[in-house]
Write a protein that binds this ligand. Structure first.
Ligand SMILES: [Zn+2]
Ligand SMILES: [Zn+2]
Length: 124
């Protein structure tokens, strides 16, 4: 599943002081229907397992409605049977669409590939 492509502008008026530019927020969820809130990560809490701050919105332009909320992390984990590596879902709890490990971000993958094959490879 591809990542949702929704982008919105962060409202400077009611966004927390700690939110700094870029002022555009990208939905991080997998593709979902138009009636479901988009979710953009704003700020991690301390400790990092505590509820983080998220920006939720629906609609675009003048029809947009949004809220900023502190939401617990999705409790889902994925254990890789071969390596024993455990990944925690990187989305807020009760998110729509699949968990984070099922969402592909072609642009992010492309950037990662360039970093790996580029001249930044000082480790073998
Ligand atoms: Zn979305
Ligand atoms: Zn999840």
């Amino acid at each position: 599943m591809l990542q949702c492509t929704a982008v919105t502008q962060a409202p400077p008026s009611d966004a927390p002081d700690t939110v700094v530019p870029p002022s555009f927020l990208l939905c991080e969820l997998g593709e979902h229907d138009a009636f479901t809130e988009h979710a953009a990560f704003l700020r991690a809490a301390e400790p990092s397992s505590a509820p983080a701050l998220w920006f939720f919105w629906t609609g675009t332009g003048p029809d947009r409605s949004h809220r900023v909320a502190s939401v617990p992390w999705c409790p889902a984990v994925l254990r890789h049977l071969g390596t024993g590596v455990v990944r925690q879902c990187a989305f807020p709890d009760h998110h729509p669409a699949p968990h984070s490990w099922s969402v592909t971000d072609p642009l992010g993958d492309l950037i990662a590939e360039r970093l790996l094959s580029g001249d930044g490879s000082d480790t073998s």
